[in-house]
Design a protein around this ligand. Sequence first.
Ligand SMILES: Cc1ncc(COP(=O)(O)O)c(C=O)c1O
Length: 466
Amino acid sequence: MAWHLSVQVDRDSAVPLTAQLQNAIKSRVEDRVLHPGARLPSSRQLAQDLGLSRSVVVEAYEQLIAEGYLDAVRGSGTHVTRKLPEQTAASPLLDARPASGPRWDLRVGIANLSSFPRQEWLNSYTKVLQNVSREGMDYPPVAGIAELRNELAGYLGRVRSVRAEPAQVMITAGFAQGLALLSDSLQRLGLRELAIEDPGHSGQRRFILDTGITPLPVPVDEEGLDVAALARTGARAVLVTPAHQFPTGVMLSPERRRQLLAWARERDGWIIEDDYDGEFWFDHGVRPTALQEGDPERVVYAGTTSKVLVPGLRLGWLAIPPKLYPLMERVRSRQDQGSDTLTQLAFAEMMRSGLLDRHLRRVRSRYRSRRDALAAAVRESLPDARICGCAAGLHSYALLPPGTDEAAVVHGALRRSVLVRGGQQFRFRGPPGPPALLLGYGSLPLTGINDAMAAIGEAYEEARQD
Ligand SMILES: Cc1ncc(COP(=O)(O)O)c(C=O)c1O
């Protein structure tokens, strides 16, 4: 290892020394180990450190300057360039962010960040900070602190009819970590495949693939997941969004719920219930309870604060069947040392004090009026569309008439500075599905809904005339 720069070369390698040095520096620049503007040792110093001829280092530096990784500044040596494009390790779970913001962004998964109850959070956080004991600041239990698991077990039972003892609850960094833990645990149980809904969350499919498990897409129809098709895949585990299917918004019908639970029993299988927006049910009358209620021994229930509060908290929870819990706890303990204690305590305090319920009542009514405004705007600006999935959640699914060029509508909307996703992007297999648009309204102001839908309506008319 060189003294002035943490790189090394292998003299026994078949790769030429110049190329080795060049690659080593390049990867450190790309990984931001070497920061923009960092000064590199002189070629003489580095050659001496590595026991190389100076010409090897000079050649490597020159090549990296030519490729735009380094800058040579007369009189002040060689530096890492400041002009490298910004690199972020983009999660497949996130929809790619456009370089410059559109006027209206209707992508789903964009929560209303401005509705975060800052004052309530601050009050809860201050209170727990004042009261937390010295011992309470030690490493937390990996599965979560008792206060939050107790609160959640009660809350989930009350609000979503989840049947779970606090000992079955595990706190995670959102559903993303829950899914990673589940994927790892299922593989340890010998499962290599996980059935997923089609259409579904394309980012989740990619994420599952990256964790080493094969996602098997299963069709969704107007009753939700096609359980007969699921049975034909031979999979022993499935990831579903029963309350408000992502992205179509359909609710798993009572008959399909029964079939799905029966499938799990017969197959000795597991169901992962992603209840990502289960708190947002707007209509009176039947409100679907958690599927987990039907079989707590086979259904892993997953919830998150990403819609209820904001994604930035990175806080989620799993209610895990007792048989699976010890394995998941072991897997978790190898991954990290638990979730941030103070965030857990503050969230538990918001639940205990009733502040969370109050916040939910407030945002539910705000989202309901946006949902209504969206439905009215679709009727007005896109009268040929059939809107579905609007009983719950923060997005609706608009089916366009057969034969509509969905991509042309999406592009036409973007030309009018409205970012909206088409349905095809969420399909994995089979012939293209009916043309559709996903209309996320979580982050739109009421005024924006009419404006955005008018632009989409124009784009639709334009696509029809082409
Ligand atoms: C289908 C679906 N599941 C889960 C989540 C939440 O994931 P996380 O808790 O990691 O933010 C989202 C996004 O909010 C989603 O769209």
